[in-house]
Design a protein around this ligand. Structure first.
Ligand SMILES: Cc1cc2nc3c(=O)[nH]c(=O)nc-3n(C[C@H](O)[C@H](O)[C@H](O)COP(=O)(O)O)c2cc1C
Length: 327
């Protein structure tokens, strides 16, 4: 078996293939992870970022983010900039059943960075080291990191991310996902895959997971060929096409309009099963509508969707979309 079909290891945990569903705040919650596992393909799923400070305060919102439907391997991602809180947060994640705990060193949002968390950790290698090291010491499960290429272009040009890579190895990090935009870029411009290639070339003892702008099976295979990364992580590409992982694993896998609408229906049923009705409706309006992009009559459906407040009506409209579209 060759990559991306071949398993890879994060510490002692075997990930069944080299495809990872990226953490997406307010998206990769318990219902979405259950859904994307069912659709099939990703070897690893990651929670949305969970505030370590929220966890130690036992905030309901943060605790709810840890909930799983028994999926394995399952990585829980923490955000924070305080080593003591992150260590305790990691311990709580382990206790809640995480197979591994990830530290977010990439979030560009100013409400996160102003508290010294997310990509702000890229400005201070010593603090980043204290955070990761405290987490590693606090838990038995592997600790992993997800980072950007740097805080800004000049830090990226100086290649400081390579210092972080070496520091991660020294403190016992077990995998690294790199989204090679800088914090200054937010989501503008394009992901500079040459940074992933340099990381993969650095000879770290842990696997390098490439991330950024993989929107098709072709992109995934190109990332693998161009960078030599050990696994590919996909975020937004799986929202517009939840079947992307299947298509990467099997180039002959075709997605029909009916399959896309059925997937939307299935996602909504999972939402209704796991969330209260109001939350389920909010999520389907926000996320489910991406799945119908490109479906005939999809634009009219999405406009109607925003006005729908009855689960039964929504399901009937989705059925109609499928039959109308399939006719
Ligand atoms: C809506 C949204 C939410 C995100 N939330 C998180 C998060 O909670 N943790 C994290 O590490 N990255 C987060 N990211 C970054 C993604 O995981 C990923 O690195 C980025 O979208 C680039 O990959 P892509 O081009 O495949 O989407 C988020 C991105 C988006 C668009």
């Amino acid at each position: 078996m060759t990559f991306p079909h071949a398993p890879f290891h994060i510490g002692p945990i075997e990930v069944p293939n080299g495809l990872v569903m990226a953490p997406l705040h307010e998206i990769t919650d318990q219902p979405f992870r259950k859904f994307i596992r069912e659709v099939g393909g990703p070897g690893l799923v990651v929670s949305e970022m969970i505030s370590s400070e929220g966890l130690i305060r036992h905030a309901r919102k943060a605790e709810k983010m840890m909930a799983s439907s028994g999926e394995h391997p399952y990585s829980m991602q923490l955000s924070g900039g305080n080593p003591v809180s992150l260590a305790e947060g990691a311990r709580l994640c382990e206790e809640a059943g995480a197979d591994m705990v990830d530290l977010n060193m990439g979030c560009p949002a100013s409400n996160v960075t102003k508290g010294g968390a997310g990509s702000a950790l890229l400005k201070d290698v010593k603090l980043a080291e204290a955070c990761v090291s405290a987490m590693v010491k606090a838990v038995k499960v592997p600790v992993t990191v997800k980072m950007r290429a740097g805080w800004d272009e000049s830090q990226k040009e100086r290649g400081e991310f390579l210092d972080f890579l070496r520091m991660f190895e020294a403190v016992g990090v077990k995998s690294l996902a790199i989204h090679p935009r800088t914090r200054s870029q937010h989501y503008e411009g394009s992901a500079d895959w040459s940074i992933i290639a340099r990381a993969a070339d650095a000879g770290t003892a842990y696997p390098i997971i490439g991330n950024g702008d993989v929107n098709s099976a072709e992109d995934a295979h190109r990332m693998i060929a161009e960078t030599g990364c050990d696994a590919v992580m996909i975020g937004r590409g799986a929202l517009t096409n939840p079947f992307i992982f299947r298509q990467i694993l099997d180039p002959a896998f075709e997605v029909s309009v009916e399959m896309r609408v059925d997937a939307t229906l299935r996602y909504f049923r999972i939402l209704v099963e796991l969330l209260d009705e109001r939350e389920a409706l909010h999520k389907i309006k926000k996320i489910g509508s991406w799945f119908t992009k490109g479906v005939p009559n999809g634009v009219a459906f999405r406009q109607k969707l925003q006005q729908m407040n009855e689960p039964a009506v929504l399901m009937a409209e989705l059925e109609a979309l499928k039959h109308g579209a399939a006719a």
